[in-house]
Write a protein that binds this ligand. Structure first.
Ligand code: PLP
Length: 357
């Protein structure tokens, strides 16, 4: 039986994506060949890459606005250094908002390239909220933030207005909610949280911000090279790109980001309502900053842990254990997790309350 998969990443994908990508490994487009054994320069795969890149911009509402979509390798973690390499001027500086483990990882890499200013940090409170009072120096080369903090269960509800390029790590909430994506100049996201399997990273860039640093950038780390080669500078990760395309098609057929956002709102409301009304549980993130993708919560009395763990596992739930730096539980409710799976978890939480009382 298919589990109710709350894994934080790699995560659940639509069932039809598993089925269609399995089929493509056996016989791609009825060609008598596997997707895994054809040239990435073949007509059929070039069409996959082109459609995936175009569909990204279409779903984000960025067509014809000077943006390029790339499918790169190396994970979001490689973007931590590609961003400063491509955007921080020689002797320049960058500004960062520190909202969690991933944000601080990005800050560490930027320090290799120049002055890296942290405008605000929620680290002293174990990242349980999003700082809001800070100012962004207008002489910085860019401002970097993390829209959703996968580990701590916080999510930015709005983004600062600034005249400098706005860069955002959207690894764990891209395509989950309607935003004015044109406020960002560079967006990146490891595929494995909400878009596809591990192995590719989506980068969406406003082309005009590139080529201004005065640095010599090695080709493989140069966004302009990847754009010039239409995201095929070297052999791209063909399977993750294809499975990502299938997920994007699934999302488009569903009605796009606006349609999935409605469902995501329902799922989050259902679970947070239970966390808040059930006397055995409490949330760990500040209420106004709660993430609709990753809900973090704990049992108020840890002596119920063994019983609760047994109950959710028996209900067919997987991947609910919290990250070691927060403890407790984390329910990751990415796009492909059905509302019914959230209902199963809520039922278990209510059942625990009934048994304990
Ligand atoms: C998972 C995650 C990363 C790291 O992604 P990799 O692809 O493993 O390098 C970075 N940022 C955020 C917000 C994440 O959730």
């Amino acid at each position: 039986m298919k589990k109710h998969n709350y894994s934080a990443g790699p995560c659940i994908l639509p069932q039809e994506v598993f089925e269609k990508s399995a089929q493509a490994i056996l016989n791609f487009n009825d060609s008598g060949l596997s997707l895994l054994e054809i040239s990435h320069r073949s007509k059929d795969f070039v069409a996959v890459m082109e459609e995936a890149r175009a569909l990204v911009l279409e779903l984000l509402g960025l067509e014809g606005k000077g943006y390029q979509a790339l499918f790169l390798s190396g994970g979001a973690s490689l973007e931590f250094l590609m961003v400063p390499y491509n955007l921080m001027k020689v002797n320049g500086k960058a500004a960062y908002l520190d909202t969690g483990t991933w944000a601080s990882g990005a800050i560490k890499e930027a320090k290799h390239f120049g002055e890296t200013l942290v405008v605000a940090s929620s680290k002293p409170e174990n990242y349980n909220f999003i700082p809001k009072e800070y100012s962004i120096p207008i002489d910085a080369d860019y401002f970097h933030c993390t829209s959703n903090n996968t580990i701590f269960g916080t999510q930015m509800q709005s983004f600062p207005k600034t005249t400098i390029p706005l860069v955002c790590d959207m690894s764990s909430d891209i395509f989950s909610r309607v935003l004015d994506f044109s406020q960002f100049d560079l967006i990146y996201a490891g595929a494995q949280k909400n878009m596809g399997p591990a192995g590719t990273t989506l980068v969406v860039i406003k082309e005009e911000i590139l080529g201004k640093t005065g640095r010599t950038i090695p080709n493989m780390l140069d966004y302009q090279q990847h754009i010039a080669k239409e995201s095929m500078y070297n052999t791209p990760p063909v399977f993750p790109v294809y499975a990502s395309l299938l997920t994007l098609q699934w999302l488009k057929n569903l009605g796009g980001i606006a349609a999935i956002e409605k469902i995501n709102n329902q799922k989050a409301a259902l679970l947070y309502n239970e966390i808040d009304s059930n006397p055995l549980f409490e949330g760990t993130a500040a209420k106004e900053d709660r993430s609709k993708m990753n809900a973090t919560f704990v049992l108020k009395d840890e002596s119920h842990q063994e019983q609760f763990d047994k109950m959710w596992k028996e209900a067919g739930i997987s991947g609910l254990t919290g990250h070691r730096s927060v403890g407790g539980y984390r329910a990751s409710m990415y796009n492909a997790l059905p509302l019914e799976s959230v209902q199963v978890l809520v039922d278990v939480m209510q059942e625990l309350k009934n048994r304990v009382q």
